[in-house]
Design a protein around this ligand. Structure first.
Ligand SMILES: [Zn+2]
Ligand SMILES: [Zn+2]
Length: 144
């Protein structure tokens, strides 16, 4: 697919031509603090298929942990990318920054153990207590 997106003020715009993979929600406290939202959603695309079409100079980077750098717009604060150092071939895009977020539905939840108590979600997607790598999802609500 061809995807396009950008920040709230429009200073930064990007485009990719690849099928996003690994689309999921993240409930971790760092994503929460970084966005001001109770949960965020992101998906990966191959790094070499993503191009910035505007606003390179407006991008700011914040290294929130040794492995993770968050990339956002200096003017409006809009979160755009999530760069994981041990995944050099891909970059994560915050689905809320897409012009058409409906095109990339999340398929799982990570850091579900940290979910805000008042957030009431009713999807049947697999939920991982923390990260997904090498982990089994939590038992689903419907089967318990
Ligand atoms: Zn902006
Ligand atoms: Zn997170």
């Amino acid at each position: 697919m061809i995807g396009e997106g950008g920040c709230l003020c429009g200073a930064v715009r990007y485009r990719f031509d690849a099928e996003p993979f690994g689309a999921g929600y993240c409930h971790c406290s760092m994503c929460r603090k970084s966005s001001g939202a109770p949960v965020i959603a992101a998906a990966s695309v191959p790094r070499d298929r993503l191009v910035l079409t505007r606003g390179q100079e407006a991008l700011r980077r914040y290294r929130s942990s040794p492995e993770v750098t968050r990339v956002f717009c200096a003017t409006c604060g809009g979160q755009l990318f999530f760069d994981v150092s041990d995944e050099p071939d891909s970059i994560d895009i915050w689905l809320g920054s897409l012009d058409d977020p409906d095109a990339v539905p999340p398929t799982f939840h990570i850091y579900a153990a940290d979910q805000v108590a008042w957030l009431d979600l009713h999807d049947d997607l697999p939920r991982y207590a923390q990260g997904r790598k090498g982990q089994e999802p939590l038992p689903s609500k419907s089967s318990s």
